[in-house]
Design a protein around this ligand. Structure first.
Ligand SMILES: Cc1ncc(COP(=O)(O)O)c(C=O)c1O
Length: 376
């Protein structure tokens, strides 16, 4: 925020709003902190923020790998030594072909996908095959495992056993398995998952007839995972119970990306309807759908920090609305103890680095896309 304020002080006219600011140093800090807390590899889920400039500049420190879900994401992470994991239940032959030629590791969601890979492998073997296990498997191997919300991803145990047989038969390089229990799921079941994983490793190795080398235990870290009550020391001790020949990894999107991003809009007009003030901004739901909170039954709108070219001191409650004609284009609000915005003011929202730029309704009204600034 300090850096953004400095940029605005120096040359406000140069900042083209609506815009996102992404901080490289904050991304590095988040990555190092999560890696230290877990004591394992940390893989970035590119879907949280696939900004090319940001990703290209992060490849020099983000060296445990990138999880990609599309050919475009795959192509964004360039450079021969970058480890890429392809993971999408609807990935087709074209995607797998591109992944194999790019030496990516393949996270396999179903037998159908494995058959495609086996066929492609006859010409060119993949860098590695990882079976995605559905979370139902966790409960199967540890009855004390907390319930995980059912989902459509990965394989149940019987299917995974068939997949292991296919890997053996077709000589596919099976590295291990991948788990993902959903966003915000980490703290609730992390310890119990390790107990399940211990048995899963042993069972898979028995069936495969060879040692595995890799297990991705998933993620589910929140935007503010550092503030959650969770004993990471105890977790690292628990992980040490797993066989040493297995490289362990976790993956994160929002836990790494959310806090690195700020979103800024300029106030164009301020008006009053009855007793309610509205700051009408040059961007909103079209550039940052998530801020509008339309998917939440309880809309908890955020309060932006205001940068004023000409400071004012009148205080009032106010709603911040965007530039579309949707009633739902309300991206923030402030209470009466805040300075009332003026036209030309810039409203800055923090924690906008994950999904805000990508999970959006941009084509609506053909409004302009947000500009992106990468800052130190
Ligand atoms: C397989 C997988 N991994 C990682 C993520 C990233 O989740 P988050 O941003 O909550 O860390 C997702 C999100 O959908 C996912 O499906």
């Amino acid at each position: 925020m300090k850096q953004i304020m400095q940029m605005l002080e120096q040359n406000p006219a140069e900042i083209s709003t609506p815009c996102y600011f992404y901080s490289i140093s904050r991304l590095k800090q988040n990555f190092n902190a999560l890696k230290a807390a877990l004591g394992t590899q940390v893989i970035l889920s590119v879907k949280a923020n696939s900004n090319t400039d940001l990703l290209v500049r992060s490849t020099n420190f983000m060296n445990d790998g990138f999880e990609v879900a599309s050919i475009s994401e795959l192509q964004t992470i360039v450079g021969g030594d970058r480890i890429r994991y392809v993971n999408n239940p609807s990935a087709d032959k074209k995607f797998f072909r591109a992944a194999i030629s790019g030496k990516a590791r393949l996270i396999i969601d179903s037998i159908d996908q494995l058959e495609i890979v086996a066929e492609l492998a006859e010409r060119r073997p993949p860098a590695g095959v990882i079976l995605r296990l559905n979370p139902v498997v966790l409960k199967q191997f540890n009855n004390a495992h907390p319930k995980v919300r059912p989902d459509q991803f990965g394989m149940d145990w019987d299917t995974a056993c068939t997949a292991i047989e296919i890997c053996k038969e077709k000589n596919l390089p099976l590295m291990g398995f991948h788990l993902f229990k959903g966003s915000y799921s980490f703290e609730r079941s992390a310890m119990a998952t390790v107990d399940s994983v211990k048995i899963i490793i042993a069972e898979m190795e028995k069936r495969y007839g060879q040692p595995l080398s890799f297990a991705n235990l998933g993620g589910g870290f929140s935007e503010r995972w550092q503030e959650a009550k969770f004993d990471y020391d105890a977790y690292r001790e628990k992980l040490a119970e797993l066989p040493q020949h297995i490289t362990l990894a976790h993956e994160s999107g929002r836990g790494l990306m959310a806090s690195i991003g700020h979103f800024a809009v300029r106030v164009r007009y301020v008006k009053q309807i009855d007793n309610e003030y509205y700051a009408i901004c040059d961007g909103g739901i079209a550039q940052n759908f998530l801020l509008a909170q339309t998917e939440n039954t309880l809309r908890r709108l955020r309060t932006p920090t205001l940068w004023q070219p000409q400071p004012s001191d009148e205080k009032a409650a106010c709603k911040f609305v965007g530039s579309s004609c949707s009633k739902d284009d309300v991206i923030g609000k402030q209470s009466e103890d805040h300075v009332l915005p003026q036209p030309g003011d810039i409203c800055i929202f923090d924690y906008c680095g994950a999904y805000n730029a990508s999970y959006t309704v941009a084509p609506f009204l053909q409004l302009p896309a947000a500009t992106t600034y990468i800052i130190e």
